[in-house]
Design a protein around this ligand. Structure first.
Ligand code: D5M
Ligand code: FE
Ligand code: ZN
Length: 658
């Protein structure tokens, strides 16, 4: 077992590992068994596995006293093959789940080929880690919950003007297109066993017994922001206030509130929350019916040309396919039922909008229903979006500096530029204008990837100057101590930071917070804050990778365009189970509500600022030069550029430090 195998296996479990610990495992007589032993015994609250977490004596005693924790024969032979085929990013979301299925022959036999080795199938691991499949076999009936394949509903057609289109819809192979999604999030457990129940409804969580074998063992160990701020005793008791000249109020943040233990019922609850909040926004603009009522003959049906009644529905997109003639078909779900919607390619504008619709987003559709009550011909698609009349808030005074992706510890970290930036903050610029500007700064926000971390991508250690993640944070803290005390610094984590990978991510652990000076406030990812009257939504931006890949016209070169697509959907990570591993919390922390004044993202290492209906969208760049990995994928970073926003009128400047 070599170093990168160890790091990969540790990443799989959503831990990080220190270099000495890797060496210790590597040098063992049975590194694989030791690693498995460590992973099965490590304390829930550990993020970075160090030598102190490796108890060689107990391991030896364990091996003597019992059969090995994993007998090699028990391990699924498919696992290594799977790992070999996947990039590390895919591994983070895919392989654990696949491993779980592969270990349950009874559950996968009919679909194993489609399932096991297909890297682009979106599957996700919730919470912080996953169960050991061999130890906690999941009952058959619920073994494939959040990733059940869904077949588009069959449609019986009536005789009407749309027959031709419908014929092609029916004959299209796309009808049988399958995808792994958190299927039937509104339905009863019977649908999990393969049969969809038409009488399914929101609120069925009691029908799935929560057995310990269906849970994930690690829960959120952090309650870190509470350590520094004070809880409000007002109506909003959850809000945490950091008072002072430059006050911070945390309006929404997972830190200390994670309830996710990975039970299937939590997915139901999570999607119910997503649906109810987003549909409420749409409902304020359309008068929608429950889908179940569309099957009843309570309104005029028939082709649109024949004056059928226009009706509206609001649903979550559970499937997207195309007919052989190139029309689009959406399957929508609401708490009462599901329904198919057809978007004809003859309606250019509508079709263009339909091409941008993503799986799992919540949309309203207005149209007419075919005679048989099985299909809606769409005339209009309504996204939640931000109302045109959203009021600009009065604002505050002073300036806010927005940065992200510092990547301290990376050998590509641009220290010279960074030190120039620190000099600027300290008021040490040559120019009077810059000194005045610095004096007006009240807040500095870091939207994730403060350090480079370790074991985040294959061979990362070859591009690290600092190999220990704690040392990386110590170095970062050293830099942050240089920042004048009167500037309130807010640090939110990203995918390179030492917190769980599943989002929403909690704030950095207290051990790391302790390195930093008192003017630093730690929040989760995402986090909605009020900064002296200005509302800012901070999100690292992992979902931008998905949006670039799936929405035509959205690119890494203009990252604010991706954020705009989030705003239209009022959701930071619309599609479940792609790059973003979403932990099913009680509340959907990704819903953009209320509408903030500023949305600050990062992650893609390019800079972009855009204004959309009085919301300022800022994607800050990076302090890391191009890595070998980025060279391979042709990602050209925009380093050492700093957006600085006036809190009174939301005008901005971009400062350059290279
Ligand atoms: O991400 C910086 C950028 O690089 C971001 O656009 C994602 C991209 N990236 C990083 N790792 C991967 C993998 N493994 N596959 C595809 N794209 C990737 P950062 O979070 O700073 O590493
Ligand atoms: Fe980054
Ligand atoms: Zn990132």
């Amino acid at each position: 077992m070599n170093k990168s195998d160890i790091i990969k296996a540790v990443m799989e479990k959503e831990y990080q590992i220190g270099p000495e610990a890797v060496e210790l495992i590597k040098s063992s007589n049975s590194p694989e068994s030791l690693l498995k032993y460590v992973l099965s015994t490590v304390n829930n609250s550990v993020i970075v596995i160090g030598t102190e977490n490796i108890d060689l004596e107990s391991f030896a005693a364990y091996e003597r006293a019992s059969k090995p924790i994993y007998s090699e024969n028990e391990i699924n032979p498919g696992f290594d093959t799977l790992i070999g085929k996947l990039s590390s990013d895919e591994m983070q979301t895919t392989s654990l789940k696949a491993m779980e299925f592969l270990s349950e022959p009874s559950t996968l036999s009919p679909k194993s080929d489609e399932f096991s080795l297909e890297p682009d199938i979106p599957v996700s691991v919730p919470c912080q880690t996953t169960k050991e499949p061999h130890q906690n076999p999941v009952p058959d009936s619920i073994s494939v919950p959040e990733t059940t394949y869904q077949q588009a509903p069959e449609t019986q057609l009536g005789n009407d003007s749309s027959e031709e289109i419908l014929d092609s819809y029916l004959s299209s192979g796309s009808l049988s297109s399958l995808r792994a999604i958190p299927e039937s999030v509104f339905s009863s457990p019977s649908s999990l066993a393969g049969e969809r129940s038409s009488s399914s409804f929101i609120g069925n969580e009691n029908s799935l017994l929560s057995s310990p074998s269906n849970t994930i063992s690690r829960t959120d160990p952090f309650s870190s922001i509470a350590g520094r701020g004070s809880s409000s005793s007002s109506r909003d008791e959850e809000y945490i206030h950091f008072p002072g000249m430059n006050p911070v109020t945390v309006i929404s943040d997972i830190s200390g509130h994670s309830t996710c233990i990975g039970e299937y019922t939590q997915f139901v609850q999570y999607f119910r929350d997503r649906y109810s909040r987003l549909s409420e926004i749409i409902r304020s603009r359309v008068n929608a019916r429950p889908m179940e009522s569309l099957k009843k003959r309570s309104f005029r049906r028939g082709g649109g040309d024949w004056g059928s009644e226009e009706i509206s529905i609001i649903g979550m997109v559970s499937d997207i396919s195309s007919t052989t003639n190139g029309h689009k078909v959406f399957s929508l779900e609401d708490p009462t039922s599901s329904f198919s919607v057809l978007i004809r390619n003859t309606d250019k504008e509508l079709f263009e909008l339909a091409s941008k619709i993503l799986l799992d987003e919540v949309i309203g559709v207005t149209g007419s229903v075919t005679n048989d009550g099985n299909l809606m011909m769409a005339a209009k698609i309504i996204q939640p979006d931000v109302p045109n009349n959203v009021q600009r808030r009065t604002g505050s005074h002073g300036k806010i500096v927005l940065i992200s992706d510092v990547h301290v510890g990376s050998s590509q970290f641009l220290e010279d530029a960074w030190l120039d930036f620190l000099d600027f903050l300290k008021g040490k610029s040559d120019s009077e204008v810059m000194r005045e500007l610095a004096a007006s700064i009240r807040y500095l926000v870091v939207a994730g990837d403060l350090v480079d971390g370790i074991g985040i991508y294959p061979d990362q250690e070859k591009e690290l100057d600092i190999l220990d993640v704690y040392d990386q944070y110590r170095k970062a803290a050293e830099y942050f101590r240089e920042i004048p005390e009167h500037i309130r610094v807010i640090i939110s984590p990203g995918n390179h930071d030492a917190v769980r990978q599943a989002e929403p991510q909690p704030a950095l652990p207290e051990r790391i917070q302790a390195y930093f000076p008192p003017n630093v406030v730690f929040v989760g990812n995402p986090a909605l804050l009020d900064l002296d009257g200005v509302r800012i939504l901070i999100y690292h931006g992992r979902s931008i990778d998905d949006l670039v890949a799936s929405i035509p016209g959205v690119s890494y070169q203009e990252p604010a365009g991706a954020v705009l697509e989030m705003v239209k959907r009022r959701h930071l990570a619309p599609t479940y189970g792609s790059r973003v591993s979403i932990s099913p919390e009680k509340m959907d922390y990704f819903v953009i509500d209320p509408v903030p004044d500023i949305i600050h993202t990062g992650h893609v290492h390019t800079l972009g600022v855009q204004r959309y209906k009085n919301v300022l969208l800022v994607n800050s760049g990076t302090w890391q030069g191009q890595t070998e990995f980025q060279k391979r994928v042709n990602l050209m970073p925009v380093p050492a550029r700093v957006p600085i926003v006036d809190l009174a009128d939301f005008t901005y400047k971009i400062l350059t430090f290279d």
